[in-house]
Every structure is written in C-alpha cells, then in structure tokens.
Write a protein that binds this ligand. Structure first.
Ligand SMILES: NC(=O)c1ccc[n+]([C@@H]2O[C@H](COP(=O)([O-])OP(=O)(O)OC[C@H]3O[C@@H](n4cnc5c(N)ncnc54)[C@H](OP(=O)(O)O)[C@@H]3O)[C@@H](O)[C@H]2O)c1
Length: 281
C-alpha cells in the first residue's frame, strides 16, 4: 500500500501499539501527535484545525481516536472528517467503547457519524483496557499509592482487554481487502471483577484490594485527579452499568478476526511486573 495510514492518538495506549504493528508489517504510517519527533510523525492537534489538512493529505485509511477528555467531541471530529473525506479518505477505524452504543452521547455520536459519512468503516467497541491497571490511569495510581483498586462497580464483572489485542483488530480492519463495515465488541478471554483483579495483583506480589465506592464519590475522585467535571461524571456513571452486569460478557472477536488468542489479565500484569510487554503485545 503506497499511501500512508494515518494513526491518531499515535502515542497513546492503542495507537502506539498499532503504529508499531503497521511499521513491523512494512506499511507506511503517519503518526499524529501534538509533539512530533520521529520522521513519520506529523503535528496534529484536535484543538488546532490548522494542523488537520497536512495530517490527512494523501491518506485513504485512518485510525481515529477521539479527542481525549472532551465531553462533546462531535463538532471537532465532524469538521475534521469533512476535511479528510474531501482529501480522499475512504476507510476509518474508530475506537469507541463497549459501553457506548451507536447514537449515545460523545463516542456513540462519532460511531453514527463514521458509519454514515465514511465509505468504508469499522467501529471498535472494546471493553475496559487491562492497561488501566498500569501507568497514569487513576486506577493504577490508587493501586500504587494505597494498594487499592477504587471503583463503583460492586461485584460487577468486566471483560478486560489488552490494548495489544485492540491494536491487532484495528490493524486487521484497516488492512482487510474488503472493508468490514461493522461494529465489533472486543473483550479479553474472561470477565473479572475488580476484586478478582486485586487477587491477581496480590498473587503476583503486589498486595491489592478492591475499595468499593459510590458513583458520587468516584466522580469526586476523578475530578480531584484532574478530569473535567462533566467527563468525570460520565466515566463514573459507567461503573453503575457494570455493577448491574452490562460488561459481564466475553466475545470471540479477537480470535475470529486475527487468529490470536486474546491476552489474559494475569499475563499482562505479569509482563508489567517483570518490566516486559506481553509476548503478543
Ligand atoms: N481506558 C479504557 O478502559 C477504555 C475502554 C474503552 C474505550 N476507551 C476509549 O479509548 C480512547 C483512548 O483512551 P486512552 O485513555 O487510552 O487514551 P490514549 O489513546 O492513551 O490517548 C492519548 C492520545 O491522545 C493524543 N492526544 C491528546 N490530546 C490531543 C489533542 N488535543 N490533539 C491530538 N491528539 C491528542 C495523545 O497524543 P500526543 O500527546 O502525542 O499529542 C495520545 O496519543 C478514548 O476514546 C476512550 O474512551 C478506553
């Protein structure tokens, strides 16, 4: 494929892994970042439309990660897509969420936009990322600082998924000869509660416990961690759905589309404690 594939969120959790996969497979990648450094990176800032045209020039395929932390991303993304489609964009793979059906606020509106506007499209709807337990995510910070996983999910279970598996499906959707033109709910191999996750951490030598809080308290904690209040409330509200069983499911999509076994949480956490990326990450 001669044209570059544009990856937005290219330095992020799934985008970074996708860039590495595409480059390793010999594809030309244009990696979007507010602070480009490497030769294949392009300056791209959702908040600066002046950076959009150069990012999409000559691009037919794109991985789309919504502007982070924006409660209503639709106007920004709709304008950007108009520019990109006018420049020849054909295929979009949008990163949405298992928790957000088409048409719901924010990501659900982007889902509808992509389906209706793009000639070739896929909407990825992954469950919660296993990488939330690592890095700067509030969950990971609570674990590091206090040995606790804070949630309002009660005993509700989640089909946590490895970001490497999401990147593998994204790569498939971008490169498949026939466009998928569908939405894909993605999970890891098992549904686990936060108490289950705490038990895995503890078994791996990192003492952890689940600290159950209310949605209101979780919202306040997200705000204290720096999230805008409306976004903090939206995020915390998702925990209530999990508590009621909305995420207690496992799909076979990763295996069906990529042929790889989805990574287990224990494998990802073990890799992290050993300072390694999981073998198929
Ligand atoms: N975490 C989960 O469990 C989960 C589950 C399902 C769905 N999701 C969805 O996954 C998406 C990504 O979430 P994430 O937390 O993992 O984030 P992430 O992909 O790590 O996001 C950070 C990326 O966004 C880029 N970025 C930040 N501000 C930008 C701006 N103004 N303009 C352009 N790029 C900008 C950053 O690039 P630079 O800093 O290089 O510019 C970085 O590459 C979200 O839409 C989320 O709803 C998350």
């Amino acid at each position: 494929m001669a044209e570059p594939i544009l990856v937005t969120g290219a330095t992020g959790t799934t985008g970074g892994r996708l860039v590495r996969r595409l480059l390793a497979a010999g594809h030309e990648v244009r990696a979007a970042s507010r602070n480009p450094g490497a030769a294949n990176q392009v300056r791209f800032d959702w908040a600066d439309p002046g950076t959009h045209a150069a990012a999409v020039a000559g691009v037919r395929r794109m991985y789309l990660v919504a502007p982070p932390g924006v409660a209503d991303p639709l106007p920004l993304v709709a304008e950007f897509l108009r520019t990109a489609l006018a420049a020849g964009l054909a295929r979009v793979v949008l990163l949405s969420s298992s928790a957000v059906p088409e048409g719901a606020p924010a990501l659900g509106e982007l889902h509808a936009l992509v389906r209706l506007q793009c000639p070739e499209w896929t909407v990825l709807r992954p469950s919660w990322f296993m990488q939330n337990f690592l890095g700067d995510h509030p969950l990971a910070v609570g674990l590091r600082e206090r040995g606790e996983l804070v949630s309002a999910t009660g005993t509700g279970r989640i089909g946590f998924i490895d970001a490497g598996d999401i990147a593998a499906v994204a790569g498939h959707a971008l490169l498949a000869e026939t466009p998928l033109n569908t939405e894909l709910v993605l999970t890891g191999p098992e549904a686990l509660s936060y108490a289950d996750a705490a038990a895995i951490w503890t078994e791996l030598g990192v003492p952890a416990r689940h600290h159950a809080v209310s949605v209101t308290e979780l919202t306040q904690r997200h705000i204290a961690a720096g999230y805008p209040p409306d976004f903090a409330a939206l995020l915390a509200g998702l925990d209530e759905d999990i508590r009621q069983g909305a995420e207690d499911r496992v799909t076979d999509t990763v295996r069906r589309l990529t042929g790889r076994e989805p990574c287990a949480l224990r494998t990802v956490l073990l890799g992290a404690t050993a300072g390694q990326v999981p073998a198929n990450g």
